[in-house]
Write a new protein. Structure first.
Lengths: 706, 706
């Protein structure tokens, strides 16, 4: 090679990657991003106001939890403000207003000293206060004479992990289990600590580590030692571990012949097991149990009631302060009554027969985490029993980790629903926070959407749901919009050019999904097993798992008659609610087809027929998703490329799949309605047979991983 | 709260996490770490010598591959040296010495200009040269008048991924599959590009994406589009995609009644399928096939030979330049001949009957990736067929991602083994690189140890095996020690206080595992299915899957007689090799029990009896692992805490499990030898029954995930 000629033909190329260029933003930090605040006056003002942080508790002594608070403040204020705040621990008087977990943030203005005191009755309150303080800095929520008092309305704020021991997560869409059972207890990955940090930052204080479809092995000594290793890492962050217990464990790992809850050997086995657990994990939270539901063993196998089953476990845990959360998600294909009535029928009569340390855990709606359901009729109907509200953060029926669906508006709908159980104002929120029925304990659970994906939740915007669950568990009066706004500012940016488009997307997303999947009170039109795409035509399974069971389409109309002329499920609600739902004209239109079989030509409030309105709702869902594409595109360059590209790809897919939902459902329902698509509704791209022929396999989170 | 009193009791605490403290080292960067060189004179010298980089090819035009080289050099030199090198592309004359993939690095010293020219015949050679240049900077391999020419000895250097479509990796110990089939093709995660980068950095140029236990779905249009999306990301890095093909795919996804390779419909189906694949992936590499092996379908189902099966696929691929890699890993429980003889018996007679674009893929040894095996007798025995050497990077039989086992010494043992097929010097390496039999194509494959674990390979030191595979695939004459040294310097540090202890650990690790698992030529003593712990007593499976089949322990002695008095497997080797193996005195002692049933009191070269030597080898394995603990502890503070802690935890476990292997195996063999443990061997901690009672479940990588 001749250098002279080489250089003659040479082309000088700029380096594309500047050394030390901005680090890639891969979502791992979640909302705990502590990048330097760009606005210099704001940064300087914060830095001055936070020169000193006082951590004040009645004990006034250091602890692992206070160390965690200090570490977080040091990292957070160092990153956000570029300061090394002076952090001191002090003793303070107890403050009843703060309860066990609450905190007060108060400005220190004392001569030249400026700072903030974080006051709490327990160390964990200080940690919550530290995160709250950082959140204010992150979101630009500036203050004069800061004075904030905050205490959670619900005592136990839990994540439920549906994780199997082989790493698979049932209905998990963001990779695999965070618990590496094979490495435990020898090694606990640093990510487990970050999991606890993230939870603590939003006030979550417990986690059920394994799936409700439980493997009894988790209760063996070998696994309990693994659980204990996780508990040790979680403890400074106030996260207690709970386990799903398999009711037949006394047989499977105990060598007994029966799991009959009235058998003395079984009673003793559970007592011994509880003692062993607390020997390893002194602050163990308790058991979650799915019994006599979808094939799981339970007390009914022995002719006993759910209460008899729950009470044996509760008695074993009670001496140690543990609790039982007993799921009400039961239904039986051999019971020919309306599936959505069965949990009420089974559990309502048992009210008052559970031990005080048993809570009955109830999904938000009576079916199964649909995009929209009415609230579950058991809320308000079991005044003598603490009830746990079970929400699903993971999007089993709302597009997995592919579709954007910010769920806080859905949860607020449930929390604010008025049961009228003790007169007007007996909202679901007030039932579960214990204020309606004056229960000392109160619980809320969210089925987690976390996994080993680097960004934790799969979709880069899906951690908004984890965040929102924690924030609502702490304070169910917060608005969905306020929560979304906090999350966006912490996770992306406070720049209104970023914050506003994302806010509009988040807040419109759940209704978009309802519209293109199951509008007007439809439910469970999803394909079999994976629940990912449309399958309204499916009729070849046990009846209560088929879409045709739920939509009841026929030549006359559409919807499930749950009034007195039908299954009379409305009767399970308090009279004011029941009357409203039962009245075709008064029933909220977004639940119309849940409660009524409605003629195709019935006129809705809009003046349009049911058929036309149905079509237009499906189209509206598509239009909404399509409408997110330009605002998202406008974020190019305003946010990091990695998250931008990922969301962009997902939105393109979501729009395509929303069209698929619309076309598949409308073509199918059209075989009953025999009516044309109204103006404004796009023609289907394919035939009904095409959509019916789609067989998805290996959809993440499907039972059995198939 | 009274501030005055508060401050009186206050304790000023230092911030524990300095803002902007050194970033955590989580292993994601592998050996491509570009942290600034600390030695300032060295850094300055490099910076001067690398002020300009010339990328010179006969085409002399930019391309995605040259852009990748530029990006890597810019990031690497920016990080390591803090410079922004001027990078130019030039035209140069072809250089036959460099071949398709080789490169030359030559210093530019031209007046005041200093720099390096990377010369290659194809753009990919420039990328390989860029990585080689960066490696020299990273490892401190300084130069005067740099002049390096390097070209790979083997053309196709492939990873084989045993990944299932549901994300599970068969024999995977580092998480789950890197291919997110459900997100593809819409979204290709950035990690896929980093996978390609890492491979390119060590010269790997192909990847079989799915398990040899293949699902036919991978060949459907829907999955091929996903494969194409990955291929597009891999292409600039020179990585071609290959797929494992299920032999019965014409039935399962083609709707045919047969997969008989002589059926005209089947022949046409494979042709059409190949055409469709190349329509989507113009540089598709070809098929890997596991046929008539461990339950997989194959040509023998129709009375056809392996060659007849392979040739149909080969004919379909040939017009597009694709190849077939047909695995020789076949054995049949109904064949009562020695399992290790069956592949030779099946395949050797077929030599010369395969199409030119078929390679027979053969594991290093005749059994199955044991800690030590003799080389496979097919090497050298099929001179008319290109042979692929299949190595296993993932540690199926060497402790998964828990045990440290640096495999380069094992692979070197195989590569350097002399088959004597064409006289002395006919090493396995020269058989597979084509030089013995003058094949135009040459291939090597490694079963990958990668997964979704953040550090890619589970054990923080396990990426040394990925690295070593690539380096040996490029140049099988490299020493294991030199490769280990490169890897340590790039992945950890060139500080001799770090480099030396890790080097000693790596180089002694494989023999340690041999000693505590299967010393003196023993094999396959692992427990059932997961192959993780000891199970020498297992005898309740099909015979050729049981340890008792392999060790043949009895009152007289131990080992499998494969001489003429036994299975005569030695006869499959060329006479000089066969004679050596067959001669009890001449047989290498580290393969003694592979070839001979040896009396317990037989005296080895040491003068000790077989029994005593066996015990002492087991003890030596334990001692070796135990001996790593102090040197590793000495690294505290010299390397990052995250990797330090993780390896520390793993070494503690490995030492414990090495003791378990020793105790279980010696207690079991003692039931035959009836001899005491010799001095120097520690007493077993538990009884034989204790070890026999251990039932591991949910071991990563186990078939079925159980």
């Amino acid at each position: 090679m001749n250098f002279r000629s080489c250089f003659r033909f040479g082309l000088l190329l700029p380096g594309l990657l500047a050394p030390g260029a901005a680090r890639a933003e891969d979502g791992y930090q979640l909302w705990l991003r502590y990048d330097r605040i760009a606005d210099e006056p704001q940064r300087a003002a914060c830095a001055t106001a936070l020169a000193q942080i006082v951590l004040a508790t009645p004990v006034g002594a250091d602890s692992p939890t206070l160390a965690a608070a200090r570490d977080e403040l040091t990292a957070g204020l160092g990153g956000l403000l570029g300061i090394k705040a002076a952090i001191v621990i002090e003793q303070s008087a107890p403050d009843a207003e703060l309860g066990d977990d609450g905190f007060a943030l108060r400005a220190i203005e004392h001569g030249f000293r400026r700072g903030v005191t974080i006051n709490a009755n327990r160390d964990i309150g200080v940690l919550y206060g530290a995160f709250a303080l950082l959140r204010r800095v992150q979101t630009g929520a500036l203050w004069d004479r800061l004075s904030v008092v905050s205490a959670p309305k619900i005592h136990r704020r839990l994540l439920n992990h549906w994780d199997d021991l082989n790493g698979f997560i049932e209905r998990g869409y963001a990779g695999f289990s965070l618990w590496d059972w094979f490495q435990l207890p020898d090694y606990v990955a640093p990510r487990c600590r970050d999991y606890a940090r993230a939870n603590a930052s939003i006030g979550i204080n417990g986690a059920v580590l394994n799936s409700v479809n439980a493997n009894a092995l988790i209760l063996t000594d070998s696994y309990l030692r693994k659980v204990a290793a996780l508990a040790n890492v979680f403890r400074p962050y106030g996260i207690r571990v709970y386990l799903s217990a398999r009711f037949s464990a006394p047989i499977e790992i105990g060598g007994l012949k029966t799991a009959d809850p009235l058998d003395p050997g079984v009673i003793r086995w559970w007592k011994d097991k509880a003692d062993a657990i607390y020997g390893l994990i002194p602050d163990f939270g308790g058991f979650l149990v799915k019994a006599n539901s979808e094939g799981q063993p339970g007390p009914q196998d022995y002719g006993r009631t759910h209460a008899q089953g729950a009470n044996v476990l509760a008695d074993a845990l009670a001496p140690h302060g543990g609790i039982v959360m007993w799921r009400a998600f039961v239904y039986d294909q051999n019971n020919h009554d309306d599936r959505v009535k069965q949990a009420y029928n089974e559990f309502q009569p048992l009210d008052g027969t559970f031990r005080p340390n048993v809570s009955v855990q109830i999904k938000n709606g009576p079916l199964d985490f649909q995009p929209r359901e009415p609230f579950h009729p058991l809320f308000g109907a079991m005044p003598h029993t603490p009830l746990t509200l079970e929400l699903q953060i993971t999007q089993e029926y709302l597009g997995g980790a592919v579709h954007l669906a910010f769920l806080a508006p859905m949860w607020k709908e449930c929390l604010e629903a008025d049961t009228f159980a003790a007169g007007p104002g007996s909202t679901v929120a007030r039932v579960i926070d214990g204020s309606v029925d004056h229960h000392p304990d109160s619980l809320i659970a969210g089925v987690a959407n976390t996994g080993t994906d680097r960004n934790w939740c799969g979709h880069p915007l899906a951690s908004a749901n984890w965040y929102a669950f924690g924030r609502l568990a702490w304070d169910h009066t917060l608005g969905a919009d306020a929560i979304a706004d906090e999350w966006i500012r912490m996770t992306f940016s406070s720049d209104p050019r970023v914050e506003q488009p994302i806010l509009q997307m988040l807040l419109s997303s759940r209704e978009a999904v309802v519209n293109y999947m199951t509008p007007l009170g439809l439910a469970h039109l999803m394909a079999t097993d994976h629940h990912y795409g449309p399958g309204p035509w499916v009729d070849n399974l046990r009846a209560d798992w088929t879409p045709v069971y739920y939509h009841r389409a026929d030549a006359q109309g559409l919807g499930f008659d749950r009034t007195a002329t039908g299954s009379n499920a409305v009767s399970q609600y308090a009279p004011p609610v029941a009357q409203r739902f039962a009245d075709l004209a008064a029933c909220p239109e977004n639940l119309l087809l849940w409660f009524h079989h409605v003629p195709w030509d019935y006129r809705l409030h809009s003046g349009r027929t049911l058929w036309d309105e149905l079509c237009l709702h499906y189209q509206e869902g598509v239009n909404r998703v399509r409408g997110w594409l330009p605002p998202w595109a406008s974020l190019k360059g305003l946010i990091d490329d990695e998250r931008f590209d990922h969301v962009q790809a997902l939105l393109v897919r979501q729009e395509r799949e929303a069209r698929g939902w619309r076309d598949a459902c409308l073509l199918y329902f059209q075989t009953f309605s025999h009516r044309p698509l109204p103006p404004g509704v796009e023609r289907p791209e394919h035939t009904l047979a095409y959509y019916q022929g789609i067989q998805l396999q290996f959809v993440p989170g499907s039972p059995g991983g198939k």
